[in-house]
Design a protein around this ligand. Structure first.
Ligand SMILES: Nc1ncnc2c1ncn2[C@@H]1O[C@H](COP(=O)(O)OP(=O)(O)OP(=O)(O)O)[C@@H](O)[C@H]1O
Ligand SMILES: [Mg+2]
Length: 225
């Protein structure tokens, strides 16, 4: 099993106030699955993705990633998890603006320890695989929104992650470009058996591309289709 989430809860503490962002969430996911997470703003979607991605820790319950309980990971192991086990894509791209598409992807490869020659070659291949072979030397401000998001996808794939975590990757895009990005994710899933968890507001998209849909409401799973 790729991922086993069991009775997972997350309570944020802000001063004296406790915010229960996730309550008793359980599901499991096999390698090669395409999952979508849907739910209203504030329902806990990003919180769940961030916990699986190792950006934060749960308050109770457990996440097993390839059989390993993430609660048992120390800081360094969490950093390795973020670098090698998952690839994350954010709604707002999070690319380095002063660097070209190629340099943004290369940088992720450098963090993964690839040699200079290898980085150059793999970055080119990855950008080619998302259809950006003619835009490698463009900086984010010289790319369209859809192109920028494709750079973010190429970067997320740099170190061969076991799962791609995409937090509303189409949130800033028009519907046609969104459809292209979603089609690209689906192709990666089908052709490379890449496991994907996609957070989306769009029920139709979720139904069209995913094997299973998790619906969150107030931090709880209210539907698992
Ligand atoms: N760092 C934090 N500290 C305190 N509360 C937080 C923090 N991050 C999120 N929350 C709260 O936790 C709840 C869940 O937030 P989360 O970001 O997971 O929602 P979401 O489903 O991703 O929403 P959206 O669709 O708007 O992105 C919200 O009520 C939010 O205000
Ligand atoms: Mg969110």
């Amino acid at each position: 099993m790729l991922l086993e989430v069991s009775h997972l809860s997350k309570i944020y503490r802000k001063g004296k106030i406790e915010i229960p962002a996730l309550s008793n969430v359980s599901f499991s996911m096999q390698s090669g699955d395409f999952f979508s997470i849907v739910g209203r703003s504030g329902s806990g979607k990003s919180t769940l993705l961030n916990l699986v991605g190792g950006l934060d820790r749960g308050s109770s319950g457990s996440i097993r990633f390839e059989g390993r309980d993430m609660a048992g990971m120390n800081r360094q192991e969490m950093a390795m998890h973020r670098r090698f086990s998952v690839g994350m894509i954010f709604q707002s791209f999070n690319l380095i603006h002063s660097r070209t598409a190629h340099e943004n992807v290369e940088l992720a490869l450098a963090f993964g320890g690839a040699s200079r020659t290898k980085r150059r070659q793999v970055a080119r291949e990855l950008l080619g695989s998302v259809g950006l072979q003619d835009r490698v030397d463009h900086r984010p401000d010289e790319l369209s929104g859809g192109e920028t998001q494709r750079v973010a996808i190429a970067r997320a794939l740099a170190n061969n992650p076991r799962v791609l975590l995409a937090d509303e990757p189409t949130g800033n895009l028009d519907s046609e470009t969104s459809a292209e990005i979603v089609a690209l994710l689906k192709r990666l899933n089908k052709d490379h058996r890449l496991s994907i968890i996609l957070v989306t507001h769009d029920q139709e998209t979720a139904e069209a591309v995913s094997d299973r849909i998790i619906r969150l409401k107030d931090g709880q799973v209210v539907e698992f289709l």
